[in-house]
Design a binder for this molecule. Sequence first.
Ligand SMILES: [Zn+2]
Length: 174
Amino acid sequence: MNDFDFDPLEPLPMRPEEEVEKEIWQPSWDCFCCRDSGKISPNLVRRVIPGYNYSRDRLPVCQNCNKGHDWFHLDDLGVIDTRLGPVICRKLDALAREDWRLTAQAWFEMVKQRVEKETGEIAQEHNLRRRDRISAEFILAKKKHELARGDWEEIKEKKDEDEEDQDEEEVAEE
Ligand SMILES: [Zn+2]
């Protein structure tokens, strides 16, 4: 029998109640069994009580931390379930911690891959710009060479006014 296998318990019906499960990447709670609420998280309860129905069954109270004590006075009212003792709660705490660790790891991997992809794209973009700059410099160098050769007049005749202006700007940048 696996260390984290439990003897199944029967659900203890209570009264309907709804709760929205919040997703938080960085858990701020100390007790992973009940998230410091004193009530064992329903998904963890189902590891011990497979047929557990949060809307119907008694609330299993945490015995891994002292938060569960706040609920023990309700025992007489038949709304809490105290069968999940300290040993079970400690195991549930360990299970939840491992779940969080894996979730955080998967999240981290996803972010890392996205950053690497974006970094690669930026580098590629940078290389293209650099290549464009090199070809621009090559054209400019060729122009200078043409000027030095004295065939500037001949080139000028083939261009319109706009291109002439551009040429002047480029030469000015020397
Ligand atoms: Zn707890």
